[in-house]
Ligand binder design. Structure first.
Ligand code: PLP
Length: 395
C-alpha cells in the first residue's frame, strides 16, 4: 500500500498486538517485566537488547502512544510524560546548563514562565523574556551564552502568531536549540518540526485527550535529542502512566475530526463576535483582520479554537458577561469537547504585575473562550444572551 494519509495513520499505526488478538490496543498496567534468563535480563537492562524494564521508562501502552504521536508530528522520536509541564521540565533539564541563557517568548503558558523564572534561574540559567514578533529586537538578545529559544504559537491568551520558520532560520545561524510548544494547534494544526524546530512539546491534557480526562505531555524530535530527554526521564521519573497513554492514544484516532469541528465552530464564532456591538475586538488567527493572518496561513493547517475578545469597560464588565454564561463552562482550561470561558487577568495571569499584564495585552476586559464541539448555534446563543444581559445591567 502507498503511504497512508495522516488521518489514517492516526487510527492505524500500531506496533504490537498481543497473543489475545485484541482489536483496540491493550492497556499494560504493570510496573515491571519478567525475563527467561539472567542473560536476557542483563541485556535488556543495559539496552543491548530491546525490551521492557520498568514502567517508569518502558511501558508498551506508553510506547504505542509515543509511536503514534511521532508519526503525526513527523518526528523520529517521542517521549511521553506525566504532564505538559513535565515535558517542559524534562527538556529544560536535559539541555540547559548553569551559565547558559534561554530566550523565552514573553507570552507563554503561565507555569512555563514560572518554572523558568523561579526554578531554573536558581541554578544559574539566565532567562530572557522576549517579543518574538519583533525578530530584529530578538536577534540583538542572542549572545554566545544563548542555548535555547522557547515559544508557543499561537500565544496565550492574545493569540499572536510567531513566524516559526523565520525564528528557526535565525536560530540555526547561531546554533540554538528551538523548542516549540504545539499544544494549541496539535499536529493537525501545524508541524513545527517540518519547518525548522528542533523539539516540539505537547500538553496532551488539552486537544489530544480532547475530553478533559487526563493529564499528560510529550516531547518530540530527532532521536539524538529525544534520547537525551528519555535518559533524564529514566532517572527523574515524571513519566506517563499506561492508563493515560491509552486514553490519549485513542484520542489521537479522533483528533483530526475533532480539530476540524473545533476550528469550524471557532471560525464562525469569531466572525459572529466581530460583528457584535458589545465586543470591541476579537483576537483569532483565522480572521483576516488578525495582524499575523498571513503568517498563520503560511504555517497552519488550521487556526485553532481559542478565541479572545475584548468588551468595553474593565473587570466588572468582563465578569458580568462571563457570569451570565449558562452553558459555557467557567474554567481555566482549553481543548475540551465542552466550550469553556476564562478571565485570564484574574486567573491564569493574575500573578503578573498589572503593568506587565497590560504590556502583554491582557487587559481586565479580555475574555478567552476555548470553543468546544457543541452545536455552534447553541454556543452562539449562550454568548449572545450573556452579552445581551450585560446591556441590561448597564441601563
Ligand atoms: C496546559 C498547557 C501546558 C501545561 O500542560 P499540563 O498538561 O497542564 O501540565 C503547557 N503549555 C500549554 C500551551 C498549555 O496549554
Amino acid at each position: 500500500m502507498d503511504k497512508l494519509n495522516l488521518q489514517t495513520q492516526a487510527i492505524r499505526s500500531q506496533y504490537q498486538r498481543s497473543h489475545e488478538g485484541e482489536h483496540s490496543e491493550a492497556i499494560y498496567e504493570t510496573s515491571s517485566y519478567v525475563y527467561s534468563s539472567s542473560l536476557e535480563s542483563a541485556n535488556v537492562f543495559s539496552g543491548q537488547v530491546k525490551g521492557n524494564v520498568y514502567s517508569r521508562f518502558t511501558n508498551p501502552t506508553v510506547r504505542e502512544f509515543e509511536n503514534r504521536l511521532a508519526v503525526l508530528e513527523s518526528a523520529e522520536s517521542c517521549v511521553a510524560t506525566a504532564s505538559g509541564m513535565s515535558a517542559l521540565l524534562a527538556v529544560f533539564m536535559t539541555f540547559l546548563s548553569s551559565g547558559e541563557q534561554v530566550i523565552c517568548s514573553k507570552n507563554v503558558f503561565g507555569s512555563t514562565a514560572i518554572l523558568l523564572r523561579n526554578y531554573f534561574a536558581k541554578y544559574g540559567i539566565e532567562i530572557i523574556f522576549a517579543d518574538l514578533l519583533d525578530l530584529e529586537a530578538f536577534s540583538t538578545l542572542i549572545t554566545p551564552r544563548t542555548k535555547m529559544v522557547f515559544f508557543e504559537t499561537p500565544c496565550n491568551p492574545t493569540l499572536e502568531i510567531i513566524d516559526i520558520e523565520k525564528v528557526c532560520t535565525l536560530c540555526r545561524a547561531h546554533d540554538l536549540l528551538v523548542v516549540v510548544d504545539n499544544t494549541f494547534l496539535t499536529p493537525f494544526g501545524q508541524n513545527p518540526l517540518l519547518i525548522g524546530a528542533d523539539i516540539v512539546v505537547h500538553s496532551t491534557s488539552k486537544y489530544i485527550d480532547g475530553q478533559g480526562r487526563t493529564i499528560g505531555g510529550a516531547a518530540l524530535g530527532q532521536e539524538h535529542l529525544i534520547g537525551q530527554v528519555r535518559a533524564f526521564m529514566r532517572c527523574a521519573g515524571p513519566s506517563m502512566n499506561a492508563h493515560t497513554a491509552w486514553v490519549v492514544l485513542k484520542g489521537l484516532e479522533t483528533l483530526s475530526l475533532r480539530m476540524d469541528r473545533h476550528c469550524h465552530n471557532a471560525a464562525l464564532i469569531a466572525q459572529w463576535l466581530k460583528s457584535h456591538d458589545q465586543v470591541t475586538k476579537v483576537l483569532y488567527p483565522g480572521l483576516e483582520s488578525h495582524p499575523q493572518y498571513a503568517i498563520g496561513l503560511g504555517q497552519h493547517h488550521a487556526h485553532g479554537a481559542v478565541i479572545s475578545f475584548i468588551v468595553e469597560g474593565g473587570k466588572q464588565e468582563a465578569w458580568k458577561v462571563i457570569d451570565a454564561m449558562k452553558m459555557i463552562s467557567l474554567t481555566t482550561n482549553i481543548g475540551d469537547a465542552k466550550s469553556m470561558v476564562t478571565h485570564p487577568a484574574s486567573t491564569t495571569h493574575a500573578k503578573l504585575d498589572p503593568l506587565d499584564r497590560a504590556k502583554l495585552g491582557i487587559g481586565d476586559n479580555l475574555i478567552r473562550i476555548s470553543v468546544g464541539l457543541e452545536d455552534v448555534g447553541d454556543i452562539i446563543s449562550d454568548l449572545d444572551q450573556a452579552l445581551a444581559l450585560r446591556c441590561i445591567y448597564e441601563k
